[in-house]
Design a protein around this ligand. Structure first.
Ligand SMILES: [Zn+2]
Length: 266
């Protein structure tokens, strides 16, 4: 089986990742609309939110069905949001990148689970300003198991404690000073899971890049719309983006940085 796979040209595996990612993206859409409502993602089958008619399997093919149906429900002609095919496409492209970057390996399997979760977290946090426990709590367990495989259990535990601890202190400090919650508990559980998965050096990188991206966006937001930065802008999407960068390029960037300051990774 593995010999057969290794004989195929490398791009076929990337293509498998793309097609698989489009299908996972379709499932991500289900999770995004149902998880915040605490509904089952398995049952009932997909249906039109307006006329409630179940969507036929042939009308539920990622991207293709949207194009064939011209973005409308076949039954009631209700316009289907462009967000759905966009999420399918983004998930497909990210999954192709995972398959390309990691090849046929355990790393590929691990990040093929993590990357769609990042897409789901991003969209739910933008729409509802929450990161659901139903993703982050299993994420911490998964992070510890997968992180122990990737970097060893010690790095995984330190990453969890460092990420979760830093955000907990930040949230606690903000609460003491401003008398209201700034960063949510979802962010703390998220960064604990990310730290467990990626290890101590990468979780510092994720926090740095996430805060930088959030700060730039928040600075623009405060200028344009007079937003109260910490209390209004969901931090999850920036953390998810930083985690993606860490997954694909983190090793290269941290090695370069540690060489620069002459520290050795754990
Ligand atoms: Zn309909």
């Amino acid at each position: 089986m593995i010999e057969n796979i290794s004989q195929l040209p490398p791009w076929t595996f990337t293509l498998v990742g793309l097609v698989f990612g489009l299908m996972v993206g379709s499932f991500a859409n289900v999770c995004i609309s149902r998880l915040p409502q605490k509904q089952s993602v398995v049952f009932p089958a997909s249906h039109c939110p307006k006329c409630n008619k179940p969507i036929h399997v042939m009308d539920n093919i990622p991207l293709i069905s949207y194009i064939l149906l011209k973005g409308q429900c076949r039954n009631c002609k209700q316009k289907i949001s462009l967000i759905y095919p966009a999420i399918e496409l983004v998930t497909g492209l990210l999954m192709a990148t995972v398959f390309y970057r990691f090849g046929f390996s355990w790393e590929c399997l691990i990040f093929a689970i993590v990357v769609p979760a990042l897409v789901i977290i991003t969209v739910i946090d933008i729409e509802h300003q929450i990161i659901p426990d139903v993703i982050t709590l299993p994420g911490i367990v998964f992070g510890l198991a997968a992180g122990s495989y990737l970097n060893g259990w010690l790095d995984s535990v330190i990453g969890l404690a460092l990420g979760g601890g830093m955000f907990w202190l930040l949230a606690e400090g903000y609460f003491r000073i401003r008398g209201k919650m700034g960063m949510g508990g979802g962010d703390i559980k998220y960064i604990a899971a990310a730290g467990a998965l990626m290890g101590w050096a990468q979780v510092l990188f994720i926090i740095f890049v996430g805060a930088l991206a959030g700060g730039i966006f928040g600075g623009i937001g405060m200028g344009v719309k007079k937003l109260d930065f910490l209390s209004r802008i969901p931090f999850g999407p920036f953390l998810a983006l930083a985690t993606l960068i860490s997954i694909f390029f983190g090793d290269l960037i941290v090695d370069w940085y540690l060489n620069l300051v002459s520290l050795q990774p754990l």
